[in-house]
Write a protein that binds this ligand. Structure first.
Ligand code: 9WN
Length: 440
């Protein structure tokens, strides 16, 4: 029997992490490093939480959407007022959201994260349809999800090409990914002495972004904040069409079509939007020479020749041309990502000269991206590879601690321990190994 199947305790331990990281209305990503609510973390958490408490999974998403802005954006952090304002940097004093037009009363950041929420809402509904219907969960969330997607597809179409742009590396969820190096190099960083980082109290400096990265992150966030987080008025220094964000938006619109059908609304506009964005993704971001999707700088119109895990995640889009699917799977199995013998999926090409096995999104393997890649493999019928990736995820998790990320070569854990989406997605793999992103 494979090692993972003998780990009967793994699901129990994962559930315990989710119980311990629950804070009355939401789950913190980590008890130490991230003591508030994060947007895409909550969506990933909902996928696992639904197996042990579907009601709690509903509340997780509802709490996040209670902090939605009037323009439809869902903030990347919702600050818990009970937590010391200096526990995380940059905290509410930096973002000053309550002074911005259209912001909610609760303090939030002004940035966003990738749209995993509609697929999560649909999966949560299906975990206990009776309770969901009784509480009107989908009816209440549907218009909010629609406003969120509208914000991404219109206000954030900064390049005017039918793709959503991110205006800050934190918005990708893959903060210091090498994919952002080129556009970030144009940004003059704030000096290191002008801010005090909190993350280094909880994680090894070599596992985290550098001070120079932080200087640029803060420069961009300050400028956005000082323009009231209004996209049309901000002279953005960074605006990038990210393949992962846009692929997730396609999957999210397909999930919206399922939700619409369920509540008696018209699914057609969602199918249309999904098809439109998928078309732009393939046309504008697929790079045949790389065998992967690459980001595009919305300010210069140029493709960024950098392949990271974000460039293989678009496999989650159903109906991709076969030659693209095959090329991306070849890339995954080849020397850059070594799907069949690395631990999970490295966040960056293993052969790149600036690959780092431990520095955050510049090499380490993460559970959420592995889970998405697995969904993509299932979407296109690569069941054996999906099964191998599931085994790799479970074995890596079983070796200890539900870590935030791991070294792809030896599986050694890095970053925070008892990390919520790690526990949640492991639980989901154990309880429901079927594909579920674009509506199941
Ligand atoms: C900034 C919470 C978040 C994740 C991101 C991950 C990291 C924050 C940070 O932690 O980002 O948002 O302080 O580094 O990169 O994906 O959502 O887990």
């Amino acid at each position: 029997m494979p090692l993972v199947e003998t780990h009967a305790d793994l699901g129990h331990q994962a559930g315990q992490v989710l119980v311990d990281n629950w804070r009355d209305t939401h789950t913190v990503p980590s008890d130490t490093l991230y003591p508030h609510q994060w947007s895409w973390d909550s969506a990933f958490v909902a996928f696992g939480l639904r197996h042990i408490c579907p009601r709690r999974a509903q509340v997780e998403l509802e709490t996040l959407f209670d902090a939605q802005w009037a323009d439809g954006r869902v903030p990347h952090i919702v600050f818990d007022p009970r937590v010391d304002a200096d526990a995380y940097f940059p905290g509410p004093k930096f973002w000053q959201s309550s002074g911005a037009p259209g912001a909610p009363t609760v303090e939030t950041s002004g940035l966003i994260q990738p749209p995993v929420h509609a697929p999560a809402a649909w999966a949560v509904h299906r975990a206990d349809p009776e309770e969901s219907t009784r509480r009107g969960f989908l009816e209440r969330l549907y218009p909010r999800l629609a406003a969120w997607h509208r914000y991404l597809a219109t206000d954030r179409d900064l390049g005017g090409r039918g793709l959503a742009a991110i205006v800050h590396p934190w918005e990708s969820g893959m903060d210091n990914s090498p994919a952002w190096d080129l556009p970030l190099s144009r940004v003059e960083p704030l000096p290191g002495h002008s801010f005090v980082r909190r993350d280094l109290h909880h994680a090894a400096p070599a596992d985290r972004p550098t001070d120079a990265d932080y200087g640029r992150y803060l420069k961009l966030a300050t400028r956005y904040r000082d323009h009231g987080y209004r996209d049309a008025d901000t002279p953005h220094e960074f605006a990038v069409e990210d393949p992962c964000t846009n692929a997730l938006l396609v999957a999210a619109e397909l999930a919206m079509a399922r939700i619409a059908e369920e509540i008696g609304a018209d699914p057609t506009p969602h199918h249309d939007t999904a098809a439109r964005i998928a078309g732009a993704l393939v046309r504008l971001l697929f790079d045949p020479a790389m065998g992967a999707f690459v980001p595009r700088d919305a300010l210069t119109g140029e493709r960024i020749a950098s392949v990271t895990v974000g460039g293989v995640i678009p496999l989650i889009v159903p109906g991709l041309p076969e030659e693209i699917t095959e090329a991306v799977v070849d890339t995954l199995c080849g020397p850059w990502f070594r799907l069949t013998d690395a631990h999970m999926v490295p966040s960056y090409r293993l052969t790149a000269p600036d690959y780092s096995p431990r520095r955050y999104w510049r090499g380490p393997a993460w559970y959420n991206t592995a889970w998405l890649v697995r969904e993509g493999l299932l979407t296109h019928g690569y069941d054996n590879l999906a099964q191998a990736l599931r085994a790799s995820m479970l074995e890596t998790a079983a070796s200890g601690g539900f870590r935030e990320y791991v070294d792809p070569w030896n599986g050694r854990g890095r970053g925070s321990g008892r990390f919520s989406w790690t526990a949640s997605l492991v639980l989901d793999l154990l309880r429901d190994p079927s594909g579920k992103l674009a509506g199941g």
